[in-house]
Design a protein around this ligand. Structure first.
Ligand SMILES: Nc1ncnc2c1ncn2[C@@H]1O[C@H](COP(=O)(O)OP(=O)(O)OP(=O)(O)O)[C@@H](O)[C@H]1O
Length: 338
């Protein structure tokens, strides 16, 4: 049985859609990245899966426990590591006491090893911690009982680049030990480095579910064409050309020729045939950044039918606090809280 199974999972906050009809599995031993623009529903899905709020419709199971079965879910959660998006602790106690507390609650099999990689100043009050130190403490807490499943909401928030790299290495090593990961992220380089599969969520609905490898294939090539003829965006008649733009107008270049750029996901033959119609002065074809394909998903350009095609949400920065406070069916205690 897959460690995470979502079956039509839906959560509304009154009239506000959090997530709608999410159906997918996270397989054992995979690193699954859950991606989407601000306000898409990532935190809502994670908090619902953790049992902090009840679904409005649909269901899910976590390590075999149905969300509706509170006792089974509590037992299953003993084997889940959870990293909230904004780890909150009692500011007046030391990191060490917080670790001791969690160790007593769920066991401590690995904190010594983890603290060699992620090393918050344990003898200081957490209230004095930097954002990165809070995050490191939360990471140690999430992993210290050696769970089989990790559910993490933007786990590298606040970490410096070295610690981020260390975290990515750690996740890969853990995956090789058979641990399953489900985590939300905005960081595309992170996805490329550690994820096996991604789910992309937009306006609360699943817009895509893909192997990272095939996603990278689909991200295509960036093509830049600098031709003697005056090239306009409309001249790029290739069906598999996306995001066509004149990146240099004729007036901007020394040779008086424009440059047109686009992302290309079609065959080389079709591209070469189109290019043959032009007197090329320069041509570059390179790997498209992963960002390009994500932007197309996010904007709805690669809609595969799963999405309603709405606009990306304009949710603001303060909303994280909103999801932390939650509506009346919220259960107040998260594993990051003491
Ligand atoms: N506690 C809440 N009460 C009311 N509406 C909420 C609550 N939490 C989230 N929402 C709304 O649900 C939708 C999804 O929000 P959610 O926090 O799940 O998105 P997200 O993908 O995690 O965003 P971000 O990337 O900005 O963290 C948004 O419209 C948001 O305003």
């Amino acid at each position: 049985m897959p460690p995470l199974e979502l079956d039509g999972l839906t959560k509304y906050y009154g009239d506000v859609r959090g997530v709608e009809d999410l159906t997918f599995d996270v397989e054992s031993g995979e690193v699954f990245g859950f991606l989407g623009p601000n306000g898409a529903g990532k935190t809502t899905a994670i908090r619902t899966l953790m049992g902090f709020q009840s679904p409005t419709a649909g269901t899910a199971s976590v390590l075999g426990a149905e969300l509706t079965d509170a006792d089974a879910l509590r037992r299953a959660r003993a084997n889940v590591g959870y990293l909230p998006s904004e780890p909150s602790f009692d500011d007046h106690v030391t990191g060490r006491r917080i670790l001791d507390y969690h160790g007593a609650l769920r066991g401590d099999e690995r904190s010594a090893e983890l603290l060699e990689l992620f090393d918050p100043p344990l003898d200081r009050d957490v209230g004095e911690y930097s954002r990165g130190n809070r995050q490191m403490l939360a990471i140690v807490i999430a992993f210290m009982h050696d769970p089989d499943l990790l559910v993490m909401d933007e786990p590298t928030t606040g970490l410096d680049p070295l610690k981020q790299a260390q975290f990515h290495r750690f996740v890969r090593d853990e995956r090789d030990r058979g641990t399953t990961f489900f985590f939300s992220s905005h960081v595309l380089s992170e996805v490329r480095k550690v994820c096996d599969r991604v789910g992309i969520i937009r306006d609360g609905r699943l817009a895509a579910l893909e192997d990272v490898e095939s996603l990278l294939e689909r991200s295509g090539k960036t093509v830049r064409v600098h031709a003697a003829e005056t090239l306009a965006a409309d001249d790029v008649t290739l069906a598999a050309a996306h995001d066509v733009a004149v990146t240099e107008t004729a007036a901007e270049t020394a040779d008086g020729a424009a440059t047109v750029s686009f992302t290309y996901t079609g065959s080389y033959d079709a591209l070469l045939e189109w290019l043959r119609g032009y007197d090329l002065l320069d041509l570059t074809i390179e790997e498209a950044p992963l960002e390009a394909v994500f932007m197309r998903f996010y904007d709805g350009g690669l809609d595969d039918g799963a999405s309603d095609g709405g606009e990306p949400s304009d949710r603001g920065e303060n909303d994280e606090a909103l999801s932390g406070e939650g509506p009346s069916d919220e259960r107040p205690v998260e594993s990051g809280d003491v």
